[in-house]
Design a protein around this ligand. Sequence first.
Ligand SMILES: *Cc1c(COP(=O)(O)O)cnc(C)c1O
Length: 322
Amino acid sequence: MQTLVLPTYEDVLIAARRIEGQAHKTPVLTSRTVNREWGAEVFFKCENFQRMGAFKFRGAFNALSAFDATQRKHGVVAFSSGNHAQGIALSARLLGIPATIVMPHDAPAAKVAATREYGATIISYDRYTEDREAIGRELAERQGLTLIPPYDHPDILAGQATAAKELFEEVGALDALFVCLGGGGLLSGSALATRALAPGCRLYGVEPEAGNDGQQSLRAGTIVKIDTPKTIADGAQTQYLGNYTFAIIKRDVDDILTASDGQLIQAMRFFAERMKMVVEPTGCLGFAAARAMASQLKGQRVGVIISGGNIDLHRYAQLLAE
Ligand SMILES: *Cc1c(COP(=O)(O)O)cnc(C)c1O
């Protein structure tokens, strides 16, 4: 592997300036029930209330803002199971850049519809047999589009970092922070913010139990690839971490934990019943893992990033009824 120039906290500050006035500064909520039950102080950074319903808008808007005039004219191509697609499509519309999105044929209907509504051209593929990266790369070459990957890109992860940056700026240092993990854009970005603003904070990535490639990678010290995992956490069905994201995660993250689909459903139910929030399964990863180790968090100040709230209502009702 060639040496990568890793983004730093300086890049996070640049991203924060670029997205200011465009991304929402999302609320940080607390729950008396959680605080009482855990004997801790827990702060939820609610990216389910971000524009287009997930933190992905932050990285997408940051990456597209960095385009030069030629890139803007030719447009962007992205491959994504949903939220990255919407983040790119919305950012492209706001910046007047044409967008083409490569999406799996079985992507959640709500996510496909939203992406189309933002004015993007959609190309579908079979996520179990076709290689989305190859499709995206070919489009990029043939039509002169700039490919923006969902996580393994310095501007993407620097943009995602602004969520944790806002959290620390609002509530101060924390003892532990729990972050949902797919390809690692949110986690590596959160690592840059954490090591700059709360260096002593323990940082945990949380991925689906069925797809613990990140946990395996951290243990092995090298990127481990797995088959597309079957899990309700569709935003974290990634097969491997990125080169940028893994380099930062390996350096800065304390541990990677997992949550089962059953734990995610329990967490979704909790958010709905107690906090009156719709959170998508992937968005529940951080809370589900923190909850499972609540007895070890007594007396601590704990951050949880809720990463998104985009879910088909029919699917949501089905999962809650299980
Ligand atoms: C993309 C996504 C994730 C995973 O983010 P990565 O940067 O790929 O690790 C988690 N939750 C939601 C809601 C997402 O859209």
